[in-house]
Design a protein around this ligand. Structure first.
Ligand SMILES: NC(=O)c1ccc[n+]([C@@H]2O[C@H](COP(=O)([O-])OP(=O)(O)OC[C@H]3O[C@@H](n4cnc5c(N)ncnc54)[C@H](OP(=O)(O)O)[C@@H]3O)[C@@H](O)[C@H]2O)c1
Length: 231
């Protein structure tokens, strides 16, 4: 039976390429992000495999739309990829409460609540995969302007370790891939002009393969996926 995977933040960048890769492997993929048109364009390329649900993951009311969809279609998920992310590049001294709140909301609170709300729709032996950052990996190099983002991704790393324990009885695994530089809009915002050693297509393949098989070997693990600094 084909695997059913939800991926957030699939309107561009790594999430977009991961969704394409998984569809090409024959998975049924639900893609979520705010940009309705971009999601529709991707879903139209894979009519029987990709379903688009436009939503802001930080608005918990929107989670109900996903729940309703899974309920009505009697579908259960084999994996969730919490890939949507927000990076506000600002010196620590200029970060406002709103900047902190937004980054924590998108990068930590929304994946936590979405996982909780979708628990009844996760199959046994399913995989919750968080997309973290080397900025949120303990002991990694840190960069000015990325404090709020790195702290939020650090929270996502610890969430992963907690869920690895807390969901084990339900036979649900949780892991976090802490990515290094990948050539996307987010990287251009964080490190303008930098050329990353990895393109989103290659990373999409890696993430797609990992969500399908990584939980056979790992649970509650925070794993660095980085070739170079800035990491
Ligand atoms: N690129 C890198 O070098 C790098 C390095 C380390 C970690 N990462 C992580 O990898 C993941 C993907 O990054 P990327 O580089 O592909 O980023 P990106 O190009 O900026 O894409 C971010 C995605 O997140 C979605 N998103 C943001 N806020 C959202 C919200 N409130 N609700 C729903 N969707 C939302 C965006 O869609 P909409 O705007 O349509 O909502 C978009 O699809 C992120 O978690 C990022 O932190 C990236």
């Amino acid at each position: 039976m084909s695997k059913q995977i939800l991926i957030t933040g699939a309107s561009r960048g790594i999430g977009y390429e991961t969704a394409k890769y998984l569809a090409e492997q024959g998975c049924k993929v639900i893609i979520a992000a705010r940009s309705e048109e971009k999601l529709k364009e991707l879903a139209d390329q894979y009519p029987n495999l990709i379903t688009a649900i436009s939503m802001d993951i930080t608005d918990e009311e929107n989670h109900q739309e996903l729940v309703d969809y899974l309920h009505q279609t009697e579908r259960k998920l084999d994996g969730i990829i919490h890939n949507a992310g927000l990076l506000i590049n600002k010196p620590f001294k200029e970060l406002t409460k709103n900047d902190w709140q937004q980054q924590l909301d998108v990068n930590v609170t929304a994946p936590s609540l979405l996982t909780k709300n979708l628990l009844p729709y996760l199959n046994n032996k399913s995989h919750v995969l968080n997309i973290g950052s080397m900025g949120g990996f303990q002991g990694s190099a840190k960069f000015p302007g990325l404090t709020g983002y790195s702290v939020a991704k650090g929270g996502l790393s610890i969430l992963t370790e907690c869920l690895g324990t807390e969901l084990a009885d339900e036979q649900i695994s949780c892991n976090c891939l802490c990515l290094g530089a990948v050539q996307t809009e987010m990287l251009e915002n964080a490190f303008p002009g930098m050329e990353a050693p990895v393109d989103p297509e290659s990373m999409g393949k890696y993430v797609g393969d990992f969500v399908l098989t990584g939980h056979q070997f790992y649970n509650g693990k925070v794993l660095p996926v980085s070739l170079m600094d800035p990491s």
